[in-house]
Design a protein around this ligand. Sequence first.
Ligand code: AMP
Length: 131
Amino acid sequence: MACLFCSIVAGDIPARRIYEDDKAIAFLDINPWKRGHTLVIPRRHVDDLLSADEALTEIAPAVTATARLLTERLGADGMNLLSNAGAVAGQEVFHLHLHLVPRYADDPGMRALFDRDTTIDLDEVQAALSS
Ligand code: AMP
């Protein structure tokens, strides 16, 4: 079965890319929890965090660079990093991805993390993150 995120890597499906290197790409989550919610994925197909020994290592530089970009450009005060591995953990797209969720001082704490914010303008966020 075709993989949605492999199609994004290939450029067959549009995504709001904000960072990429030779191993990974980062793009805005289409249904964000918070302003700047971003997914970092390996270019190669890996089902999840538990499926390949080096997958997390190879996307680590992109995770760090993207976290810095989100912090510097959006003025985030903190960040949550999360990866769901397996359907029982809530994984819906079975291509490894790390959620990077910028957090802001006026909306703190774990309890406030998971409500999707349908008021976020993704075009505006992408513009704020592009040079
Ligand atoms: P998970 O539940 O950890 O598998 O998360 C999958 C994430 O992918 C969700 O937060 C979705 O909003 C996000 N998502 C699904 N389709 C797209 C897409 N085409 N572009 C960007 N994000 C997507």
